[in-house]
Design a protein around this ligand. Structure first.
Ligand code: HEM
Length: 445
């Protein structure tokens, strides 16, 4: 099936509660991350291996990003590709609850060191991701003529499976359930697959579809969309054994570190193309999602430059730089892009379901379905964008001057997540009001 705007499938969409529970949970985890910054203060941004830092990382990677990405995929496959996730309601309930319990247990495990919490975390996360991966894979396999977005989703899910297996392995090693000789290299490979595979490849694949559709840009050139995801995936497959060989003392570190420049350049190429397409968009009105995306794309280039500085001997012993890299990758790029996407996905889905119901009831002229801007007003989204950008700036300063910037960044992150939550809830409330009006119309006939 060739996926295009005209093939958006109305009938196959799952109930709106399926994606929305994930989208509402994400900013709550973001808020917990803000509270952690405030509670632990400067110590959290001075060493990437500190337990509180690992807890913070997973509140963002599993709690914020994972929730949005899993929820969006369950929704996008049926709507964009006409391939519904089997048994989507029980699957969504199981995945959402297991990931929520697992993430809370993992974070509490990092903070307290209690082994029982790691047992619970590994079981719940392992099971939650297993159900998600199996269900999504069934929907992905059914698509007969996949385009670049579907290929991207398939490779992203394979990367997620790799990240989770490695996460469970390092989790067992970290908590003392098993002894691992290569804990640090395995952790780096886990984070490499998580960030450059699962998050990165999904963002690239989804961008091919949603950037032209929502930001009204020309299509991505096929010369890029055809090979890029495969190249990114293949470079990670080769990088992992190179990194393990370094861990085992068989290779110098510069070999895997230089190799990883290949996917980094691939991502920079994607970012440059996205910025160029955004410049050429048809309607040049200001758009909040576009500004979130632009921030993310500029930071991809910044990360590449930062990685290059790690080859300079003087920068090697600077502990702030790996932290800054983590902040830019997870907060600057991944969070900006997914947060920005919510401002299209949430009002689009609300509008899409209401419109669909209005047509089915033939209630045009009786009940007015609000448009996307009415469901998610720009001024609300803009306020949150400013809070997000302020947080990004403060988090960029925090590794160099942890005191006072960690605290101010914590406050700013908290404000940003509260605003995001309120904005989503306001769209949900508006949706419920109009949906109720449609139900009233239906019963009055
Ligand atoms: C089953 C799910 C997961 C589990 C059990 C898990 C577990 C862990 C553990 C135990 C560590 C620390 C290892 C050590 O200190 O040696 C770690 C590090 C890390 N994980 Fe995960 N993880 C999971 C999923 C993810 C996902 C989906 C991502 C997405 C990107 C991710 C990103 C990271 C990062 C970036 C680090 C390094 C943090 C740092 O350097 O401060 N994890 N993970």
């Amino acid at each position: 099936m060739q996926v295009s705007r005209s093939s958006l499938s109305l009938e196959q969409a799952p109930p709106i509660s399926v994606p929305f529970r994930f989208f509402i949970t994400a900013p709550i985890f973001g808020l917990l991350a803000a509270l952690l910054l405030l509670a632990y203060g400067p110590a959290i941004l001075t060493n990437r291996w500190a337990p509180a830092t690992l807890a913070l990382t997973h509140l963002i990677t599993l709690g914020f990003l994972g929730m949005i990405m899993c929820g969006a995929m369950m929704q996008m496959l049926p709507v964009l590709a006409g391939s519904p996730v089997p048994k989507v309601k029980p699957v969504a309930t199981a995945v959402h609850s297991l990931l929520t319990i697992g993430t809370l247990a993992l974070v509490s495990g990092f903070l307290s060191g209690i082994t029982g919490l790691f047992h619970l975390a590994l079981t719940a996360l392992g099971l939650g991701f297993l159900i998600f991966i199996v269900a999504i894979s069934m929907a992905l396999i059914r698509i007969r003529t996949p385009n670049a977005t579907i290929h991207g989703m398939r490779l992203a899910v394979a990367s997620l499976a790799t990240t989770v297996i490695l996460g469970l392995t390092v989790g067992a090693g970290f908590s003392g359930m098993t002894s691992l000789s290569q804990l640090i290299p395995l952790t780096d490979i886990h984070l490499g697959w998580g960030i450059l595979g699962w998050i990165g490849i999904l963002v690239v694949g989804v961008a091919y579809q949603v950037v032209p559709m929502f930001q009204l840009t020309p299509e991505y050139p096929q010369k890029l969309t055809g090979p890029l995801n495969w190249v990114l995936f293949a470079t990670l497959i080769i990088w992992a054994p190179l990194y393990l060989a370094w861990g085992g003392g068989q290779l110098p570190k510069w070999v895997p570190d230089t190799w990883i420049l290949l996917p980094a350049v691939g991502y920079a190429l994607f970012a440059g193309t996205t910025l160029w397409l955004q410049q050429k968009r048809r309607r040049r009105v200001s758009d909040i999602t576009l500004l979130f995306w632009r921030t993310g794309m500029i930071l991809i280039a910044a990360c590449l430059l930062l990685w290059l500085t790690s080859f300079i001997p003087a920068a090697k012993n600077q502990p702030a730089l790996p932290l800054l890299m983590g902040i830019w990758l997870l907060f600057g790029i991944a969070t900006s892009v997914t947060n920005g996407m919510l401002y299209k996905i949430v009002p689009f889905l609300a509008w899409f379901h209401l419109q669909n119901r209005q047509v089915a009831l033939m209630s045009m002229g009786k009940v007015k379905v609000p448009n996307m801007k009415e469901l998610m007003p720009d001024r609300l989204a803009q306020r949150q964008l400013y809070a997000h950008l302020a947080t990004l700036l403060l988090l960029t300063l925090a590794p160099f001057w942890p005191n006072p910037f960690t605290y101010i960044a914590g406050l700013s992150l908290g404000a940003s997540c509260i605003l995001l939550l309120l904005n989503i809830l306001q769209a949900v409330r508006r949706y419920q009001q109009v949906n109720q009006a449609l139900s009233d119309f239906e019963s009055s006939r």
